[in-house]
Design a protein around this ligand. Structure first.
Ligand SMILES: Cc1cc2nc3c(=O)[nH]c(=O)nc-3n(C[C@H](O)[C@H](O)[C@H](O)COP(=O)(O)O)c2cc1C
Length: 224
């Protein structure tokens, strides 16, 4: 059986790096949870995120895309807050008394649990590098599953960082764009990454069976 430590994709120049270090996991959790803070502070991001949520099983079955609420595994108080947060004017008001900070702190705590953090580093940041990152992610995920482990991709902050690096920070405020850059660079430093792009981050551990799974659209396969 393949171990997680032996996963790599040298042919395409991608690397999978794993850490079980408590200190690294804690700091990574703080860095990636800036995503939730920023998403709750930025109206267009908030709207995109909540438009993607499927609130009921019927919605999930008919859309077969988006984020099914049950897959977020929220405890009842979290589910209540989440429902409240879908309304931008409400969130905007609550943010004035620290809602976005509280929500990201809660996620930071969840992100810091788990046995290990794995990152995928690609050679560059072009389209083929990201396709390659996806292949390596699947390899890591399937291997983890074969070992009885669960995987949660945590990529929101990394994707925001790509936008900032590519000078497409809009609609982030200057302050939040800086925060994204700082968080991304912190992850690079923690893993001692000198070159390449961190294109995916996986939280890995013994999580048991999920409450629900997202549906996927059927593939459209064309033979040409
Ligand atoms: C590309 C990608 C990025 C994700 N990024 C995050 C993230 O930043 N934070 C988070 O809590 N979950 C993230 N998730 C996990 C989802 O919230 C959700 O738990 C998961 O997709 C649902 O499980 P399933 O798709 O296996 O059914 C991400 C999932 C994917 C596929």
């Amino acid at each position: 059986m393949q171990s997680l430590l032996s996963i790599n994709n040298d042919k395409f120049g991608s690397k999978f790096i794993l850490s079980e270090d408590e200190n690294i996991k804690k700091k990574i959790a703080k860095a990636v949870s800036t995503n939730e803070f920023i998403a709750l502070e930025t109206k267009p991001l908030h709207n995109i995120f909540f438009a993607d949520i499927n609130w009921t099983e019927e919605q999930e079955q008919s859309k077969k895309t988006g984020l099914y609420i049950k897959t977020l595994e929220l405890p009842p108080p979290g589910r209540f807050m989440f429902k409240l947060a879908r309304n931008w004017p409400v969130v905007n008001k609550l943010n004035k008394v620290g809602f976005s900070r509280l929500a990201s702190k809660g996620n930071e705590q969840v992100y810091s649990t788990g046995s290990a953090i794995g990152i995928i580093v690609t050679r560059g940041g072009n389209a083929s590098d990201f396709v390659n990152a996806g292949r390596l992610m699947q390899k890591a995920w399937l291997t983890a599953t074969s070992l009885g482990l669960s995987v949660q991709p945590v990529a929101g902050m990394l994707f925001l960082a790509q936008r900032v690096i590519e000078k497409e920070a809009e609609p982030l405020s200057e302050k939040n764009a800086e925060l994204v850059k700082k968080s991304y660079n912190e992850i690079r430093e923690l893993f001692n990454i000198k070159e390449g792009t961190i294109s995916m981050l996986l939280r890995i551990g013994y999580g048991g069976e999920p409450t629900a799974k997202s549906l996927r659209k059927n593939p459209e396969i064309k033979f040409v």
